[in-house]
Design a protein around this ligand. Structure first.
Ligand code: SF4
Length: 150
């Protein structure tokens, strides 16, 4: 649902405003790979191919575990495509903070397990129930989950 998400668009815009000129130097890349017959896909907005660094800008004023897992997933996709030793920089312009994220072997195990679980969810006939959590408001799937026919 990324393509319809205002949140995703805002994040990209914030990145371009906070780091002017970077868009020309860094490439947007789309990655795919297969793990255990599961097709994986990811789009990295700003990738520095020369230094093997992913730049991911977050618009909020809070560092969240989900941010780490997002870039770790990208790093795993790079690894599955034969690109080793890449790392990510999470950037929080509102906090004036950056964080380096590296992919550890135990992260790969967690990601492998997670995509298998997600794949099983996809096979189910019915969607899981909504979780009614605060995070739902900023989730790309919000409309899909919460808008129902009257
Ligand atoms: S909106 Fe997002 S976080 Fe909330 S239930 Fe739907 S998929 Fe899960």
């Amino acid at each position: 649902m990324e393509h319809t998400s205002d949140t995703v668009y805002d994040g990209k815009l914030l990145h371009e405003i906070s780091y002017p000129g970077r868009a020309q130097k860094h490439t947007e890349i789309t990655l795919s790979a297969t793990y255990n017959k599961i097709e994986l896909y990811g789009k990295i907005d700003f990738y520095d191919a020369f230094h093997k660094v992913i730049h991911e800008t977050k618009r909020g004023n809070k560092v969240e575990a989900a941010h780490h897992w997002q870039v770790k997933f990208y790093l795993w996709l790079l690894q599955l495509n034969g690109i080793e030793d890449a790392y990510a920089i999470l950037e929080y312009p509102l906090l004036r903070q950056t964080e380096k994220v590296e992919l550890q072997p135990e992260d790969v195990l967690h990601l492998e397990k997670s995509v298998v679980e997600i794949s099983k969810l996809k096979e189910q006939e019915n969607c899981p129930s909504v979780i009614n959590a605060k995070i739902c408001k900023s989730c790309s799937y919000y409309e899909l989950c919460y808008i129902s026919e009257e």
